[in-house]
Design a binder for this molecule. Sequence first.
Ligand SMILES: *Cc1c(COP(=O)(O)O)cnc(C)c1O
Length: 507
Amino acid sequence: MAAERDVQTMIDTAAETSSHEGARGLHYEENLLWEKERGDESGVDFPDIKGIDLRTGVPERGAIGLPQVSEPQVVRHFVRLSTWNYSIDHGFFPLGSCTMKHNPRLNEKVARFPGFAQAHPLQPVSTVQGALKLMYELQDILGELSGLPAICLAPAAGAHGELAGMMTIRRAHEAQGNTHKKIVLVPDSAHGTNPSTAAICGYTIKTIITKETGRLTVEAFKEALGDGRDVAGMMVTNPNTCGLFETDIQEISDLLHEAGGYFYCDGANFNALVGKIRPGDFGVDVMHFNLHKTFSTPHGGGGPGSGPIGVTEELRSYLPVPVIKNESGSYRIENERKESLGRLKGFHGQFGMHVRALSYILSHGADGLKQVAEDAVLSANYILSQLKDDYHVPYAGPCMHECLLTDKVQKEKGVTTLDIAKTLVEYGMHPMTVYFPLVVSGALLIEPTETEGKDSIDHFITVMKHIAEETKAGNTEPFHNFPVSTPRRRLDEVKAARHPRLRWKPE
Ligand SMILES: *Cc1c(COP(=O)(O)O)cnc(C)c1O
């Protein structure tokens, strides 16, 4: 009987299932390089140089405490450590809101073309016309995809784009003498970067309540807006962090505009809309793009991120610099503009990511990008349809590119969202996003993306069903202990955060 199965059997089942993805493989424990040193042996075997005068004038260097180990030891050390790092190249990585999609190798190849890879940001512009043309084309295409024609590519991540975007809005209000506008409206389900960005820009945050429906309602928005006199704008993600499209967004943005506020759209979920609809058409004034989410450039250890922003024609002059200009086929870098809020990033932003994103966009074409959004939404709805009877679904109906479940049913048997996530690790998969959005208790936010094949999605569904079935049968013990076959097991996360040991000291 299932109820009598012991812990070891379940651990073995996990091992069997996960080795399907090769997740157990050969695991090595790995100590620090310093701990590999033996006595005072040297890692280098050059003899001391005698009788030579230093010609550089630089003082002779003393010992700097590098570990004395051989080259093969160093290589193995870092290669082994690298195998501890789970990535999208290892396996399924359904981290909701983060869009961990495959990074096409074509983009990597193009980014390594010497003309792109070896260009120096201080080269005379006449010698980098091709690179500038690439940036100009990316600006142009992002403008077309979003319906926000003025683009600045410089911000280095989504959160940095939010800062650039909200500073653009602040700049516009200042130019119009709207200094009394001090409030920014943010839904309670928002990503943490939204309220923190508004706060850093000196705004007071007023929360729009969405808890009951998972969506913004005109009623709740009006409540938060009040007479709107002091409202500078709102920051809204669409589709939102519950994976739902904001169906009342047009009416809400009209009301906001009537009150003289600007609509900042957090574009992290743009991969659900790309090629289908344009945020500029539902009232967005400013938006950031996460090139490392929607447009497949690497992130999560392989970064850097890149967070260009787009704004309406009305706000163009307040954009940060630099912006690439095209003067009859001759490209230049606009580094100064009187109304601009100025510069937020060294040089021109993450140029290598601009190359990859444009490569992605052009290799997909208009029809391909539309299919990206459609397939991302299809994958998430497939998971939702398969798991809706096993897990609690807080907001009924189809979802967009990610689906939201909770641990409500499993928690009655003591199995929590954390246990479910840690069990997925045991089974060789990265967990989904957990406990976010904050408005949903025990949230499990799952984003498969369009690059995941049906086999791996089905494998994930099988494991999730297995967890639900064993929990129902009362076999919950292993779920509190997983993962057990990883190099590290459950950590005391509080202790790790409160008392981090950041420096190795010899015993
Ligand atoms: C990822 C994300 C951000 C922040 O983007 P970064 O590139 O990680 O700085 C903001 N909002 C939402 C909804 C996100 O998913």
